[in-house]
Write a protein that binds this ligand. Structure first.
Ligand code: PLP
Length: 394
C-alpha cells in the first residue's frame, strides 16, 4: 500500500501546469505570438551578467574538489558571512553567519521552518489569497492550515478574522509580502498591527507564535515602495529568502533561512530548522551557487520591465472596466473576474488565447491571477484579448 497523500500530490495536475500545456498546444495551432500566457511565475528577464561571470570565475579559480564538494549542512561559512554582512548593511540589524541556514530555495526554507517548529496538530495561519504550496508544506509538517479570508479591498489583513483564528494551537503565521498572487505589499501599519496582536496572543498563551516571512519577492517593489523588514517589528520572525525571483535563478534552487539572535530560544529554533533540513534529506544547498549568490547578494536582474508591465496592464484593464487593486510589487496582479465564477471566467478567457489562473486555487474566488513576467509587447497586445473577453460579458 503506497502513501495515498503522496500519490495524490504526484498525480494531481496543477491548474497552472494544465494551462501551460494548453498554451503549448494552442501556440502550435495559432502561433505563439497569438497566445498570451500569463500562467507561470517564471522570471522573464535574465540574471545579470555578473552571475555567470562569477560562476565561471569560481569554476576557473577554485579547487574543484572544494567547489563541488559538500558544504557544511547550514551552508558554506564564508558565503553565510557575506549574506549576514548584507543583512546588517541593508536593514541596519544584527545578523551573524551562524544565524543563517542556506536552503534549496524558499520552498525548502519554508519546509525546514514548518517541520522544525510544528508538532502534529499545531496550526499555521495563512492569509488568502495565498501561494497554494503552503497547504502542501504545512500538511507535510503534520500541521493544519488555518486560512484567513482575504481583505479584497486592499489585500492587507483582516485583523478581526485573524484575532478570532489565533488559539493555543497556533504555532506560526506565514506572511508573504510582496505577495503572490495579489502583488500587494503589506504596509508598515499592517506589520505593526500584526506584531502587536501576535505579541498579545503569545503572552496570553504563554508560547511564542512565530512569523515565517516568506520573501522571494522582497526586491521586486515599485514606485520606491519600502517593504518593511519584519524582524525589525516582531522579535520571533524567521525569514525565508530566495534568489529565484529577484536574481532570476529559480532553477538553481538557492535561498536561506535567517533566524535572528533576538528569537526566543534562538539556538534551539535554529537547531530545529537544521534538524528538519537533515530529516528532509537536503544535506546542503547547491555548493557552487551558494558562493555565486553570496557574491551577488546585493544585485538584482533588471526588474524595471515588471513595473512597466504593471503600469500598462493596470491602466489598460481599468480602462476596460476591470477592477484591479494596484500591485506594489512582484510580477502578479489579481483583478476581479467579471462574473462570480472565476473558474468559468478563466475557461472562457482561453477562447481569446488568454491564459490566466482562477483565484479559487489561491483561496480567493471571484478573482484571477495574471502573471505578467512577459515581454512588454505581449502585455500590450494582450489588452485586445482582455477587451474581447470583457465584451463577451457585456
Ligand atoms: N513562496 C512564494 C510566495 C512563491 O511564489 C514561490 C515560488 O513561486 C516560493 C515561495 C518558492 O520559491 P523558491 O523557488 O525559492 O523555492
Amino acid at each position: 500500500m503506497l502513501n495515498k497523500r503522496m500519490v495524490g500530490l504526484g498525480t494531481q495536475r496543477s491548474v497552472i501546469r494544465e494551462l501551460f500545456e494548453f498554451g503549448k498546444k494552442r501556440a502550435a495551432e495559432v502561433g505563439s505570438e497569438n497566445v498570451f500566457d500569463f500562467s507561470i511565475g517564471n522570471p522573464s528577464v535574465p540574471a545579470p551578467d555578473a552571475v555567470n561571470e562569477t560562476a565561471m570565475r569560481l569554476i576557473r579559480e577554485t579547487d574543484p574538489v572544494f567547489l563541488h564538494g559538500y558544504t557544511s549542512a547550514q551552508g558554506d561559512a564564508a558565503s553565510r558571512e557575506k549574506i549576514a554582512a548584507s543583512i546588517r548593511r541593508r536593514y541596519d540589524m544584527e545578523a551573524k553567519a551562524d544565524e543563517l541556514y542556506i536552503t534549496v530555495g524558499a520552498a525548502a526554507g519554508l519546509c525546514c521552518c514548518l517541520n522544525g517548529l510544528c508538532n502534529p496538530g499545531d496550526e499555521v495561519i495563512v492569509f488568502a489569497p495565498y501561494f497554494p504550496e503552503y497547504k502542501v508544506f504545512i500538511e507535510g509538517a503534520g500541521a493544519v492550515m488555518r486560512l484567513i479570508p482575504a481583505d479584497v479591498e486592499a489585500f492587507q489583513i483582516d485583523f478581526e478574522a485573524l484575532s478570532d483564528a489565533v488559539n493555543e494551537k497556533t504555532k506560526a503565521v506565514i506572511v508573504n509580502s510582496p505577495n503572490n498572487p495579489s502583488g500587494c505589499v503589506y504596509s508598515e501599519a499592517t506589520i505593526k498591527k500584526l506584531s502587536s496582536l501576535l505579541e498579545e496572543k503569545s503572552a496570553e498563551y504563554g508560547e511564542p507564535i512565530f512569523i515565517i516571512a516568506d520573501e522571494p519577492y522582497r526586491e521586486i517593489a515599485f514606485d520606491g515602495t519600502v517593504v518593511p523588514y519584519i524582524p525589525k517589528y516582531y522579535k520571533n520572525t524567521l525569514v525565508c529568502y530566495s534568489w529565484s525571483k529577484s536574481l532570476s535563478l529559480p532553477g538553481e534552487r538557492l535561498g536561506y533561512i535567517f533566524v535572528p539572535g533576538q528569537v526566543t530560544d534562538h539556538e534551539l529554533v535554529y537547531a530545529a530548522c537544521a534538524g528538519a533540513g537533515r530529516s528532509l534529506g537536503y544535506v546542503n544547498a547547491p555548493s557552487l551557487f551558494q558562493r555565486v549568490c553570496a557574491e551577488c547578494v546585493e544585485l538584482t536582474s533588471d526588474i524595471s520591465i515588471y513595473e512597466t508591465n504593471r503600469n500598462l496592464l493596470v491602466k489598460g484593464l481599468r480602462d476596460l472596466g476591470y477592477h484591479v487593486v494596484e500591485p506594489g510589487g512582484t510580477f502578479y496582479m489579481f483583478p476581479r473576474t467579471l462574473i462570480e465564477d472565476d473558474v468559468a471566467f478563466c475557461e472562457k478567457a482561453r477562447d481569446f488565447n488568454l491564459l490566466i489562473v482562477p483565484g479559487t486555487g489561491f483561496g480567493c474566488p471571484g478573482h484571477t491571477r495574471i502573471s505578467y513576467c512577459v515581454p512588454t509587447e505581449v502585455a500590450e497586445r494582450s489588452l485586445d484579448a482582455f477587451a474581447k473577453l470583457a465584451d463577451f460579458y457585456r
